[in-house]
Design a protein around this ligand. Structure first.
Ligand code: FES
Length: 140
């Protein structure tokens, strides 16, 4: 294989890896209206299955919210660890902080410290037309 062919093959492989990574960590930009963000669930296949997830980034925000499929619906949480502010990652049925190992359930409850407080949750409502409405000002 000559140098040019090697570079083309390598770039193709890198592109495929990047697309695959994006598919599992898709971030969707949204434009909130009156403090509420809306997503149409059926437009996001990653939310169709149990354990599915999606990142939603409202205009002007620097950190996306995590929308997580849970039994019976969806939960929206901040990914900011309540210990010292690192960003937690989605690892199967849990959210895990890479900094000191705090572990949360998919609905934000602490199952392992050092974090003591749950992740901030944003109230959300799934309407009959399949629109998930997220109250961006109502985090608890
Ligand atoms: S910042 Fe997350 S465990 Fe310390």
């Amino acid at each position: 294989m000559n140098r040019r062919a090697f570079v083309e093959v390598s770039l193709t492989a890198l592109g495929s890896a990047a697309i695959g990574g994006c598919a599992s960590l898709q971030t969707v930009p949204v434009t909130p209206e009156r403090g509420r963000a809306r997503i149409v669930v059926r437009n996001h296949p990653s939310l169709d299955r149990q354990g599915g997830s999606l990142k939603v980034l409202p205009d002007g925000w620097t950190v996306p919210l995590y929308v997580l499929a849970v039994p019976g619906g969806y939960v929206v949480v901040s990914p900011i660890c309540t210990h010292q502010g690192c960003t937690v990652g989605i690892e199967g049925s849990h959210l895990v902080c890479p900094c000191h190992g705090s572990t949360y359930t998919r609905d934000g409850a602490v199952v392992r410290g050092p974090a003591e407080e749950p992740l901030r949750r944003f109230p959300s409502t799934l309407h009959g037309d399949g629109v998930l409405e997220i109250d961006l000002a109502g985090a608890v």
